[in-house]
Ligand binder design. Sequence first.
Ligand code: HEM
Ligand SMILES: *[C@@H]1O[C@H](CO)[C@@H](O)[C@H](O)[C@H]1NC(C)=O
Ligand SMILES: *[C@@H]1O[C@H](CO)[C@@H](O)[C@H](O)[C@H]1NC(C)=O
Ligand SMILES: *[C@@H]1O[C@H](CO)[C@@H](O)[C@H](O)[C@H]1NC(C)=O
Ligand SMILES: *[C@@H]1O[C@H](CO)[C@@H](O)[C@H](O)[C@H]1NC(C)=O
Length: 360
Amino acid sequence: MAFSKVVSSSTSSLPSLLLVISCLLAVSVAHSNSYVPSSEQIVKGLSVSFYETKCPDLESIVRKHLKKVFKEDIGQAAGLLRVHFHDCFVQGCDASVLLDGSASGPSEQEAPPNLTLRSEAFEIINDLRELVHKHCGRVVSCADITALAAREAVHLSGGPEYNVPLGRRDGLNFATREATLANLPGPASNTSFLLTSLATKNFDATDVVALSGGHTIGRGHCTSFTDRLYPQDPTMDPTFAEDLKEICPTSESTNTTMQDIRTPNKFDNKYYVDLVNRQGLFTSDQDLYTDERTKGIVESFAEDQELFFEKFVHSMIKMGQLSVLTGRQGEIRANCSVRNSDNVNLVSVVEEDLETAAEL
Ligand code: HEM
Ligand SMILES: *[C@@H]1O[C@H](CO)[C@@H](O)[C@H](O)[C@H]1NC(C)=O
Ligand SMILES: *[C@@H]1O[C@H](CO)[C@@H](O)[C@H](O)[C@H]1NC(C)=O
Ligand SMILES: *[C@@H]1O[C@H](CO)[C@@H](O)[C@H](O)[C@H]1NC(C)=O
Ligand SMILES: *[C@@H]1O[C@H](CO)[C@@H](O)[C@H](O)[C@H]1NC(C)=O
């Protein structure tokens, strides 16, 4: 509105008009606190303006729907953030985690990570996909919708906002059980293991500590931490341990508890304050404060939330672009749970895909 007023003002000379326009732009940028990744941070084939013409309302559709979902149950934010993490760590951010029958089957000893993903998260992503495809056609991938949902999970829970590089394509391959277990460290992992494991994905110690901050929201099942109760882990605050034993009376308890005891549903830096107070839930969390290579980073995030937000956003943008499919690779799924070739409801796959390919 302000724009058209300026443009229609016949008294403005061109230079002063440009000045006014640039001031307006500067103000609008200054008002939104959304972090914009630099071009070096964006992998080839992705772009923050990827859907600008093909689906300009994409981000507002996702945000509006998730606002409603989170108002009913803020726990779903945690579920969505974790799905994006699992998607990206196993075979890249290609929405393979969403495929029915993907990931892992039941294991003898270790509960496969897939089993504690919230089933509602998969439904929410499919609902978003349906809303977006109704509005724009089948142009937005399930992998991009998952990445955007994770951003909203962080932002709408009180965390930082950032622009998401978009243009991911959906994978055609399931991740095997072996790949799932090999790429997702378990909660009993120590810092040495995490640093080595995440270094294979080009993450450093700061990335590892910052990404673990995702545990500032959401829950954990007893099975993920009872190894620290029976017998009791000496690095755990004794009062915290007693409280957890009430929630999980035996190592077989199916109860859950919040990961961040201070502000369980708020995306903030209190997770690090928990660690400094030896109230981290998993070994993989608490050991970050024991290991000398990461202890100082934990302390700095506990003291400075802005610093945590800055590093978290940096690491999330990196994580969100792991081994992405772009251009003509993969496909845009019509249903996030099934590949198009397996989709019995999809009659015109071939024609539509040719059309999509022609646009590229
Ligand atoms: C560094 C290695 C990591 C390990 C070992 C790990 C492990 C776990 C485990 C065991 C759970 C609980 C599952 C359950 O018992 O229900 C969990 C939950 C969660 N994780 Fe992680 N995680 C890691 C990294 C991440 C990252 C990078 C993120 C996102 C940035 C993340 C976000 C979450 C969230 C939001 C939940 C709560 C899910 C819910 O409430 O449904 N985690 N994680
Ligand atoms: C992985 O977990 C999700 C959600 O619980 C489920 O829908 C999917 O079928 C699971 N995949 C396998 C192979 O267990
Ligand atoms: C960390 O875990 C690995 C793998 O479980 C183990 O071999 C190693 O001894 C542990 N390191 C420390 C310092 O506890
Ligand atoms: C679950 O946790 C609650 C406390 O949050 C506790 O009162 C209850 O006994 C636990 N239930 C089981 C089956 O362990
Ligand atoms: C998506 O695919 C799943 C698995 O085949 C099916 O159960 C579901 O009804 C499909 N959803 C839509 C909207 O077609």
